[in-house]
Design a protein around this ligand. Sequence first.
Ligand SMILES: O=C(CO)COP(=O)(O)O
Length: 214
Amino acid sequence: MFVLVNLKTYPCDAVAVAEAARDVDASTDARVAVAPQAAQLERVAETGVETWAQHVDPIEHGSNTGHTLAEAVADAGAVGTLINHSERRLKLADVDGAVEAAQRTGLETVVCANNPAQIGAAAALGPDAVAVEPPELIGTGTPVSQADPDIVEGAVDAAANVDSDVSVLCGAGISTGEDVVAASDLGAEGVLLASGVAKADDPKAALEDLVEPL
Ligand SMILES: O=C(CO)COP(=O)(O)O
């Protein structure tokens, strides 16, 4: 299973979480990665943890003030990027452009979507993976795998119908190893989570708990 920890803009110590994730990754068969804010990518990557960006823009080098360039993200040490997170939504044409920008620089891509219909559209753009996250469950601590298992199974079917090479993650409210196992049982190949680790008193213990049953 892929455990991708999105630090959003939570006031956590990104380097400490990254070091914990690096150590937990080394102790399990699961793949553990961290997505910090763009300004923290380099410091996080220096810990040796697998580092992801939270977003890239559909742009090239040039006059794009305030945008995030895929090349800059890759230079800072990221190996992948989220695209179209529910908190950073893009128009469909811009999702397509962002996937293209990421692929141009060799970044792995996870395109986020709210529901199975959008997952089908996202999968058609040719990312490495898609992630289904019902916005109403994000940050609630109620796991999508429990509250809305149909949406996970629907996303797995929708992606497979479009492109069986696109893997499916699920997210929203995932915070325990039990939630990760439930996600896997529903057909997800990974989980995308944030508050369960970024807001935990002990992020390392939270990460250990997530991968413990895997
Ligand atoms: O948005 C999410 C991950 O990208 C999910 O957030 P929570 O894990 O806090 O519900």
